[in-house]
Write a protein that binds this ligand. Structure first.
Ligand SMILES: Cc1cc2nc3c(=O)[nH]c(=O)nc-3n(C[C@H](O)[C@H](O)[C@H](O)COP(=O)(O)OP(=O)(O)OC[C@H]3O[C@@H](n4cnc5c(N)ncnc54)[C@H](O)[C@@H]3O)c2cc1C
Length: 416
């Protein structure tokens, strides 16, 4: 006998999004998370303008804005040669996001608000429950999960299990669906500072020869800093992440003066390697969403939007799966979710992978920044794609790529 119609493993953006929509549709949903909220999550904490559409639909936009979240007008990407790609969300290309600005908000705040919205919609939430395995019935269908609560094993059964348990999803692993990507292998160190100099209304990405750092106002006088370096530097980071981060920032002449008076206001947390992929985002009785289904690299800052949007899409298919007459029809509903997800995100996956390759190659990022710093229209298009309101096809056209990477363009890059 099922304890709930749907068991959602993980109460991050993906889990809260799918649970909110299902609970609103009158479905009995139970979210379990190993953490107790508010909990930290390594993230650069940027939300695209289009993410606000889903926050609004969940009744979360007003509380997020009232929490003091910062509004971002666009993104500046600085290449190792000093050239800057300066893209704005409001631009002459004619595409418009749900909001003119992106948002930047601490994950402790955002994720708590989203989880509260799911709870208010009727979802049951249990914190401090770690999932250790999936349960299968005699037809090999997933019918629940094995858990550990305060060290004691237990089981929770459900008609459908949703794996929203993020990177290194236990559910995806137990089902044999997870595949760690060999490239790019990167690690991240994330923290918050007060008193960083010259933090403006644009999110910043500074690409260096040995990694990149994202810097943005995150509201309430704080600045989020997310450093991403090759996984080969793990040994050097060792036990003292803060010292590594301090050294890294202090050794960049264009950043060091801005951090001269800065004080760290949260612990430095680490994560990685994070590139992972699943063969498919479902199996009989279970569907994967958010990072549990796919995550590549944080550079484009689209993980939260993809998690929220994936949650919306899965909620629609999950309702079909739950009302299906046969197990086969339920499987078809989940397979359709997987196909719809691929169709929706395919363009972005290509853009993410191209950007991932360019960021990992100094000559390529220098070339792209030189071209795009001289062509604001092209920079705005690219930032609009990462803002989730310009179709990815706009920048994976041959003409666009030729203008960025073709023979040297007129004009030189501007410094920050
Ligand atoms: C360095 C870095 C920077 C990033 N910057 C950005 C950015 O600026 N903008 C952006 O949009 N995205 C960014 N991302 C990506 C973004 O953080 C993720 O895509 C997003 O959090 C995915 O949401 P999710 O709900 O799928 O997973 P998560 O937010 O990770 O939530 C998963 C939840 O599952 C729970 N859980 C995990 N395992 C278990 C278990 N066994 N049992 C029970 N519960 C479990 C966890 O406690 C957690 O609460 C960044 C990622 C990294 C690594």
């Amino acid at each position: 006998m099922a304890d709930a119609d749907v068991l959602v493993v993980g109460g991050g953006p993906a889990g809260s999004s799918v649970a909110y929509a299902l609970a609103r549709a009158g479905i009995e949903v139970h979210i379990v998370d190993r953490a107790r909220f508010p909990r930290p999550k390594p993230c650069a904490e940027y939300l695209s303008p289009e993410a606000s559409r889903i926050l609004d639909a969940m009744g979360a936009l007003a509380p997020v804005e009232q929490s003091g979240a910062a509004a971002l007008a666009g993104i500046h990407v600085r290449a190792p040669n000093g050239a800057v790609i300066a893209g704005d969300f409001v631009a002459a290309h004619g595409f418009k996001g749900f909001r003119d600005r992106g948002l930047s908000v601490r994950r402790e705040v955002l994720d708590q608000i989203l989880l509260d919205r799911a709870r208010a919609a009727g979802a049951r939430v249990t914190e401090g429950v770690r999932i250790t395995d999936v349960l299968r019935d005699d037809t090999n269908r997933v019918c629940g999960v094995a858990t550990l609560v305060d060290g004691k094993p237990a089981e929770i059964r459900a008609r459908l299990v949703v794996a929203a348990d993020g990177l290194r999803s236990v559910v995806a692993k137990r089902l044999g669906l997870a595949r760690a990507l060999r490239w790019p292998r990167r690690l991240a160190l994330v923290t918050h500072y007060a008193n960083v100099g010259d933090v403006g209304e644009h999110g910043e990405m500074h690409v260096e020869r040995d990694g990149y750092v994202g810097i943005a106002d995150v509201g309430n006088g704080q600045t989020t800093v997310a450093l991403v370096v090759p996984a080969s530097r793990a040994r050097e980071i060792g036990g003292d992440r803060a010292a590594f981060l301090d050294r890294w920032l202090a050794s960049r002449p264009h950043l060091a003066p801005r951090f001269a008076r800065a004080e760290r206001v949260s612990p430095v947390i680490a994560t990685g390697p994070f590139a992972s992929h699943t063969r498919r985002a479902w199996a009989p009785g279970v569907a994967l969403v958010g990072d549990a289904a796919d995550f590549f690299d944080p550079f484009t800052g689209e993980g939260i939007y993809s998690a929220l949007r994936g949650g919306e899409m899965l909620a629609a298919s999950a309702q079909h799966a739950l009302s299906a007459r046969t197990a086969r029809d339920a499987d078809h509903a989940l397979a359709r979710y997987d196909a719809a997800r691929r169709a929706e995100f395919r363009g972005k996956w290509i853009v993410e992978r191209v950007i991932g390759a360019v960021v990992g190659s100094v000559p390529l990022i220098n070339r792209a920044a030189r071209s795009l710093s001289a062509r604001k229209d092209l920079a705005d298009l690219l930032i609009g794609v990462t803002g989730d309101f310009v179709p990815a096809a706009e920048v994976i056209r041959l003409g666009y790529l030729w203008r960025v990477f073709g023979p040297a363009q007129q004009g030189s890059g501007s410094g920050v």
